[in-house]
Design a protein around this ligand. Structure first.
Ligand code: ADP
Ligand code: MG
Length: 517
């Protein structure tokens, strides 16, 4: 029974494989025969207004791909850059934020807020949603309230945060001034013809009006954009301060990935921002910090910590059912009517639920599965596409992590790979260290102590690249047994793409050396 099932499975599979190869060969052939003529083909079409016989000849790389029923209706909706307007299962967090921030619409200063939650729990999406609503409502009721969003993963020093904020407010102030000047100049030209135009205004003479316009012009000239480097931080801060305080308003500063800022440049920025209100005369500032790391406040000055954490909102991970709802809402817009087979969304949700309930992962899976189906030129996304997508995303992650490792860690990892490739099982730290040492000498890198190498192995373990278990060897003490948790060939290829490691052409001697030590 099982055998025959397997056989019938294998049948279509192999034929699919060969079909796929055939069609990709075709595409390659087409491409090579077409490439030199590409200009001619285009010109031909332009000249003759396209004829039937040129159609056959111009079938190129993209024709086959274009032909199938498209799977996506609107793929953008699945990308991380898209901000959804409905956020299922975040009603409570969104309401909490709104309840705190509504104070701003009453002209008072809202409490500072700290938002916590793992990646992909909807923090950024919710915060952006709330800030858009807040700004729209403030315009509706004409209460001056502004929200500034800064991603501290990108803007990660005090200088850059303050400079970015200063320039945003300077630009806004200049806009406000320009509007005002325009109105005043309009009044001025009417007043010059007919003095009654000043009735009901705050100006009792044309001179007073002209003086006001001059004053505004000079305010405008005083605002100098902050350069992205070069000024003393004090000066950047006071530019920012003056720009914010230029007129009455409540300002909410959203610092997303605030833990990255603190990790990189300490808590000075937060200290300065959180004590601003005692010195501002016209405006008020409220801070909303968003963090993936629950423990980052341990590194803060206690004053900053208590000021920043006046209110705390937690974003818990999504469970598989919640992820299904989120995916379904997006899929309805992103895909053609019947493009998804029934298992696709539940499987994406299940995979992402294992990945600490990460909605970003769930959406990536769904989009990648759709792209793989598209590439297969089928008109439906199947369960298998999701499984392939899971593998692809996992591999992409590994490649990225390995590529960005420090050189020393790369050498350690390379040593482990060499051992595994030579069939060594239950690799221990000593063996890794011996090969590591030889590799370092070969490429002229510093040789770290065995102790440090052990630490680097633990770090690789934490990154999920290797698996290191401590085993007891009875009276011989304890040792670590190390194995690779990522695909060998791909990982090796990434390591060898590093110019320093790529220089080693013959690795056999290093593996041999392990027996000599
Ligand atoms: P975080 O900032 O917590 O890491 P994001 O807000 O960036 O997470 O969310 C990750 C992705 O998942 C984004 O594409 C976002 O639009 C989507 N997402 C998260 N939560 C929801 C939700 N409740 N409904 C719809 N989409 C969501
Ligand atoms: Mg985020």
């Amino acid at each position: 029974m099982t055998d025959s099932l397997d056989d019938s499975d294998a049948g279509p599979d192999t034929s699919e494989d060969s079909e796929y190869e055939l069609s990709s060969d075709d595409a390659a052939d087409d491409q090579s025969s077409q490439t030199p003529d590409l200009d001619d083909v285009v010109l031909d079409n332009l000249d003759t207004g396209s004829s039937d016989d040129s159609d056959e000849a111009s079938r190129g790389l993209f024709d086959d791909l274009l032909e199938g029923e498209p799977i996506f209706e609107n793929k953008e909706v699945l990308r991380p850059s898209y901000t959804p307007h409905k956020l299922p299962h975040r009603e409570e967090q969104i309401n909490n934020m709104a309840t705190i921030l509504v104070t701003a619409l009453r002209g008072d200063t809202p409490s500072n807020i700290l938002i916590y939650g793992k990646t992909g729990t909807g923090k950024t999406a919710s915060a952006k949603f709330v800030s858009e609503e807040l700004e729209t409502t403030s315009q509706k009721y004409e209460v001056p309230c502004e929200v500034e969003y800064i991603n501290c993963e990108v803007t990660d020093t005090q200088y850059r945060v303050l400079a970015q904020l200063a320039n945003k407010f300077i630009n806004k102030n200049v806009d406000v001034i320009d509007d005002r000047i325009e109105t005043l100049e309009d009044t001025l030209s009417r007043a010059r013809e007919d003095a009654t135009a000043l009735e009901g205004t705050e100006f009792d003479s044309v001179d007073a009006l002209e003086a006001e316009i001059d004053a505004l012009e000079s305010d405008k000239d005083d605002f100098e954009e902050v350069p992205m480097t070069g000024w003393p931080t004090d000066r950047v801060y006071s530019s920012f301060f003056d720009a914010v305080d230029y007129h009455e308003r409540v300002v909410v500063i959203m610092l997303d990935e605030i833990d990255k800022l603190v990790e990189k440049s300490g808590d000075d920025t937060l200290y300065n921002l959180s004590r601003m209100n005692s010195e501002l005369e016209n405006s008020r500032v409220s801070i909303m910090g968003i963090s993936n790391d629950l423990k980052f406040t341990d590194f803060l000055d206690p004053r900053v910590k208590s000021s920043l954490g006046e209110e705390e909102i937690v974003f818990p991970p999504y469970d598989a059912n919640q992820l299904r709802d989120i995916l379904q809402a997006r899929a309805d817009v992103a895909f053609k009517g019947s493009a998804l087979s029934d298992d696709v969304i539940p499987l994406c949700a299940a995979f992402a639920a294992q990945e600490h309930g990460d909605a970003r992962r769930a959406l990536d899976l769904l989009r990648t599965a759709g792209e793989l189906a598209e590439r297969d030129q089928t008109d439906q996304v199947e369960e298998d596409h999701v499984r392939q997508a899971q593998e692809k995303i996992e591999l992409d992650r590994v490649v990225e992590v390995v590529r960005t490792l420090p050189t020393q860690s790369k050498i350690v990892l390379f040593a482990i790979i060499l051992l595994e490739k030579n069939g060594v099982r239950n690799i221990n730290t000593g063996e890794v260290f011996n090969i590591y040492k030889n590799l370092c000498e070969e490429i002229d890198a510093d040789v770290l102590t065995q102790r440090r190498v052990t630490d680097l192995i633990s770090e690789l373990d934490m990154l999920g690249i290797v698996n290191a278990v401590v085993v007891s060897k009875g009276r011989y003490g304890r040792t670590k047994e190390i194995s690779l948790s990522v695909p060998t060939e791909e990982t090796e290829a990434v390591l060898l793409s590093d110019s320093r490691l790529g220089d080693i052409d013959d690795v056999q001697p290093f593996v041999q050396a392990r027996f000599d030590n």
